[in-house]
Design a protein around this ligand. Structure first.
Ligand code: AMP
Length: 369
């Protein structure tokens, strides 16, 4: 491993030409990198393999996040590190943080990558979630299902996304079968059981928080899923009222501040029929439900992320044009000619070759609604 002096925590803005390190090589990293280049920065991606982000970044370290020599080489070549992938091992993020500023920091990453830590954090700061409990095995699942009522949902504490690692327990679901479906044969797996939320719609608020604590929130947008995968985001949300917008914004700002995020925090929300809010999930990175901002907001989420981690002033998050973001999942990307002939459509593809069912191949922003 190359010797690396611990860096003084860099608090001043990055200079033009400074290098932003990105952990993760997917589409979020690609779009963050493109925004960083636009602001005059260089970008260095660290990822286990080539992907959408490394297609646009000549500087890259291709190695597992657990490879300390590779982490050291990466750290020596960057001025700040951000993550586009939330499951970077906490030890790797902590190791990097001891050598180069990591924004958001290891605590925010650790909180968002574990549902137990995330829900405990939300409870501790007084934000509502679905009722929940920790499950270490099938007996806990049975007890929690009895306590919370059915339907309820068992989710793996770690590494779940887009509905993966989740099992809904209906009236007849066997807790042992649900546990096996969630945990497979892996040892030491933990889960959470959540009470079922009868929501009217799902939405999210994305907050940017700068080095100086300044915050800027995009407004609450509506997210519609298909097969547990985000399919459409509507900005503005059709049923948004000024009161709902204010409560959602205050909740998200509170979470970003309490987590001491520098960068972005996406707060996924369930909106009840009476307008009540519950937090579903947090993500301390750019978020799929923020892709509309690329064409519909004064400042896009990726530029906002770069501004925050670079110590620059945040941009205006205001909605400029009503926008409907539609993900191009799997074979939907083959509709490209249709989208290209639609004057409202701004197409963003991620450079992925294999068309796989449910895979996020790109998205389209329909500007003007
Ligand atoms: P998640 O991976 O936790 O974001 O869950 C994926 C999707 O499953 C959510 O966007 C909801 O549509 C649904 N879902 C998750 N948890 C619950 C819950 N407790 N009650 C009702 N629906 C849920």
């Amino acid at each position: 491993m190359s010797p690396l002096a611990p860096s003084p925590l860099q608090r001043s803005p990055l200079q033009r030409g400074a290098v932003i390190g990105i952990l993760g090589g997917g589409q979020l990293g690609r779009m963050t990198a493109l925004a960083a280049y636009r602001l005059g920065f260089q970008v260095h991606v660290m990822a286990p393999e080539e992907g959408p982000a490394t297609q646009v970044t000549p500087r890259r370290t291709l190695a597992p996040y657990t490879d300390l020599d590779a982490l050291a080489a990466f750290a020596a070549q960057v001025d700040v590190v951000t993550c586009e992938f939330e499951n970077v091992p906490a030890a790797a993020a902590q190791w990097l943080h001891d050598h180069v500023p990591v924004r958001p920091g290891p605590r925010a990453l650790a909180t968002c990558q574990d549902r137990i830590a995330e829900k405990s954090f939300l409870r501790d700061i007084g934000l509502p979630t679905a009722p929940w409990g920790v499950a270490q095995g099938p007996d806990d699942v049975a007890a929690l299902a009895a306590e919370l009522g059915r339907p309820c949902v068992l989710k793996s504490a770690r590494m779940g996304y887009d509905g993966k690692g989740q099992v809904k327990l209906g009236p007849d679901t066997d807790p042992a079968a649900a546990w096996a479906a969630m945990a497979g044969h892996a040892a030491g797996v933990q889960g959470v059981v959540e009470g079922w939320v009868d929501f009217a719609w799902e939405g999210s608020v994305i907050v940017a928080r700068g080095l100086d604590g300044q915050m800027a929130a995009y407004e609450l947008v509506e997210n519609r899923h298909r097969d547990h995968i985000l399919h459409d985001t509507l900005a503005p949300a059709p049923h948004l009222t000024p009161d709902l917008a204010r409560r959602a914004r205050e909740l998200a700002l509170h979470a970003a501040q309490a987590l001491d995020v520098v960068g972005l925090l996406a707060v996924e929300l369930f909106i009840a029929h009476d307008g009540g809010l519950r937090v579903n999930e947090l993500a301390a990175r750019p978020h799929n439900s923020g892709h509309w901002t690329m064409d519909g907001a004064a400042t896009c989420q990726f530029e906002q992320c770069v501004r925050a981690v670079a110590g620059l002033p945040l941009g205006d998050p205001a909605l400029r044009h009503p926008t409907r973001m539609q993900n191009l999942l799997g074979a939907e990307v083959l509709d490209l000619p249709r989208w290209l002939s639609d004057p409202r459509a701004r197409v963003h593809l991620y450079g992925k070759e294999a068309v796989v069912k449910g895979r996020k191949m790109g998205h389209v922003n329909l500007v003007g609604g």
